[in-house]
Design a protein around this ligand. Structure first.
Ligand code: MN
Ligand code: MN
Length: 398
């Protein structure tokens, strides 16, 4: 920043009443994508926000695979990325970390075990069943092992659409490229011992099914991390139940370590609708676990409106602040795993927004008679059914 620019910036900030403490944060926001238009989102039409993840090939090793949806595959998804991973019995996703992203996961089927280390030297080993969730903060080293004699399948979601390219660091890739003499000095083995180490990234490691329960780590004792990395989302009651569907949600309030991601399981009955809404503080990443003919709409101002139809195995992405809805036009119950890149969930729903305004203003806004306005819901709809908005919940979720 030149002196002139800096003076102009400080002057503008002072005029806006910004405190000295707020300056660095304001500067960061201006430098990031928050205020300047994203070229991808400022064209005449909205870009696609759908990717057929399970139809892609990804990285395959025998019966195990990892399929990615990053900015490579889905350019709109700059804020978040995801991976569908299947591990065959005896297979592990090797020790690695993500330099630029935290990892949130939902176990779809099978069982698996993770081990994660934090910078304080705490570590945790956890076993997961279907419906369980994990969260690994950015940069914390981890591994994932399939448990038992059936494959496991989980959806990984990252708080950065660029998480993969040059952002995933694997232990074999690192040690395979470091000089053996350096490793010998570091780890106390003879130099020759490192000749047998892999020379390239292994990614999926193969072995026997892990012992159950977990055995002690190499250091001889567990040193549990202060905050657990595991949350059993599906064993609790949904926070919101309607004729049109139900939703489970977990953010930092219930799962303290999950500071940058809130996860949601959304089930929609046939005809069910997650009403028009937007999220003031986060992008939204969607994965369809079950269902077909899910119409997801996206509104991007200037008359730009786009509909994508998602089915099982597809991914959708909603940029922060963009209006959207999800409607199950299929015959069966639809189930989605959804994540937001914030620990604190926020949404504004259309019905609640309208209901918070006076009738005369709604009448004049839409140019309709007052008796039409009077029929609008007086509560937040959240999930409508095939028959419409329905009654207010006794304890509406926040
Ligand atoms: Mn990972
Ligand atoms: Mn949403």
């Amino acid at each position: 920043m030149s002196d002139t620019t800096r003076r102009a910036f400080l002057g503008a900030a002072a005029a806006a009443g910004a405190s000295a403490a707020a300056l660095p944060r304001d500067a960061r926001a201006d430098a990031g994508s928050g205020n300047a238009p994203d070229p991808l989102l400022s064209g005449k039409e909205l870009p696609t926000f759908k990717f057929e993840l399970e139809k892609s090939r990804g990285k395959v090793s025998g019966l195990s695979f990892g399929k990615e949806a990053t900015v490579e595959q889905l350019p709109i998804s700059k804020g978040m990325a995801g991976v569908s991973m299947r591990l065959a019995p005896g297979v592990s996703r090797e020790l690695h970390w993500h330099a630029n992203a935290a990892e949130w996961a939902y176990v779809v089927e099978g069982r698996c075990r993770t081990t994660v280390i934090d910078p304080g030297g705490g570590s945790e080993t956890n076993d997961f069943d279907p419906g369980d969730v994990w969260y690994f903060p950015r940069g914390h080293g981890h591994s994932i092992q399939c448990l038992g004699d059936t494959p496991c399948h989980f959806i990984l979601i990252f708080d950065n659409g660029y998480f993969s390219e040059f952002g995933t660091f694997s232990v074999t890739d690192w040690l395979g490229h470091a000089p053996p003499a350096l490793l010998a000095k570091n780890l106390g083995l003879p130099v020759e011992a490192f000749a047998k180490f892999p020379k390239a990234e292994v990614y999926f490691t193969h072995g026997k099914a892990p012992p159950e329960p977990a055995v002690l780590p190499h250091q001889g004792k567990f040193r549990n991390a202060p905050e657990t990395h595991k949350y059993r989302l599906s064993v609790e009651a949904p926070h919101s139940v309607h004729p049109g569907g139900r939703e489970w949600r977990v953010g930092q309030d219930k799962f303290p370590i999950s500071k940058t991601i809130t996860g949601v399981i959304l089930e929609l009955e046939p005809g069910g609708l997650r009403e028009l809404h937007w999220h003031p503080n986060a992008d939204e990443w969607q994965y369809v676990v079950a269902g077909s003919d899910l119409d997801v709409t996206l509104f991007g101002s200037h008359g730009r409106f786009r509909v994508e139809t998602l089915g099982a195995g597809d991914v959708g992405y909603i940029p922060q602040g963009y209006g959207h809805s999800i409607e199950n036009k299929g015959k069966g119950v639809a189930k989605l795993v959804i994540a937001f890149n914030t620990g604190h969930y926020e949404a504004i729903d259309l019905s609640a927004w309208l209901a918070a305004n006076p009738d005369y203003l709604l009448r004049d806004t839409f140019g309709v008679p007052e008796d039409v306005v009077k029929q609008l819901p007086r509560h937040r709809v959240f999930l409508a059914s095939k028959d419409g908005p329905g009654a207010a919940e006794p304890n509406p979720p926040r």
